[in-house]
Design a protein around this ligand. Structure first.
Ligand SMILES: [Zn+2]
Length: 91
């Protein structure tokens, strides 16, 4: 309330005339033809300037393996607890 009373509408509009957002410029990856930021590695395939910078496929495989191992470990713990609980109830 106070701020609106301090400025005219044209003053507010003049200030807001610089608030427009511009769309980011994107380049096309030469390897996989996905869009990526210019002067940055392609986030789809990990290529920059025609060579692999980060092996994203390997990273994904490693990550999936890690997640799978974690899930299997958790499942094993859950089975142990259920079997031990069943044993205790049986006794
Ligand atoms: Zn790419």
């Amino acid at each position: 309330m106070v701020i609106r009373m301090r400025h005219t509408r044209s003053h507010t509009a003049n200030r807001r005339s610089h608030h427009a957002l511009t769309a980011p410029n994107l380049s096309v990856c030469k390897n996989c033809e996905a869009l990526h930021r210019p002067h940055h590695m392609c986030l789809n395939c990990g290529f920059y300037k025609g060579r692999v910078v980060i092996d994203l496929a390997k990273r994904k495989a490693d990550r999936d393996a890690r997640i799978k191992a974690k899930q299997e470990a958790r499942r094993g713990v859950a089975e142990e607890t259920t079997t031990s609980a069943a044993e205790t109830t049986a006794k």
